[in-house]
Design a protein. Sequence first.
Length: 301
Amino acid sequence: MSAGLAGMVITFALQVVFMIHIYLNFYVRSAADLETQMISVERVHEYSKILVEEGSLSDDPTLASDWPKDGGIVFKELCTRYRPGLDLVLRNISCEIHPGEKIGIVGRTGSGKSSLVLSLLRIIEPTSGNILIDRIDIKSLRLHQLRSRITIISQDPVIFSGSIKNNLDPLQRYSDSQLWHALELAHLKDFLIVGWCLSIGQRQLVSLARAILQRSRVLILDEATSAVDVETDELMQRTIRTQFKDCTVLTVAHRINTILDCDRVMVIDQGQLVEMDTPLSLMEDPSSHFYALAAGSGLLP
């Protein structure tokens, strides 16, 4: 083969390899895009089966304006899952929480603690069973009405850009004196005099100030102190004990020591309520789940 012919063959071969490389890259990219788009199609298909949440912000006139007045909560054989086809995350939860009772909710990661909170707010709907607050089935309530009457302080507080006043009272329902009083009770007043720059713990205190303003009869703490320092934890616990002493308080606990002064403790394991009793009674029983959790936290020898 002459040198010219060999050069031409090599040139064409390189062009073919280059074209194959381009088409192969295009194929891989297209396959990846198709996979991503199919996930979107799957989600749209899933969402099309979900009942549209109520968009109305108006209240049901048949519901008392001061509901919940007492704060009693009853779970009746509650079962729920995050979507059809998935396993149940809560299985036959049945218990009664008395008005004004302080309840700790504990369990290992993934046991169903936060799912119980989501069920109370109807973020996930029951597969079967009921939740009653002050003898009213929450399934019969409008979502806005239900969620606006229950206060929750979550692990990740939402802070909007803007002033502290707009964060505490976006609908301008309260006077400046009420806002300052709430900030004082939440131990935030001195920080705000220095400047509007808050740490994670102080953001939790902003959520606490919101709860003080709202004065709901049902307060939920969803691992609210898990990411804060010990000092902020103590401030929050002290304020909750004094400002919400007549309210029903549900505390999803990350630190076992934060719920030792609760009236009773709910122990959730694999979506089931396995124990519910006073902390002292459970800690005196070496065979209890709560005893194992307390021992794992270093609270027991």
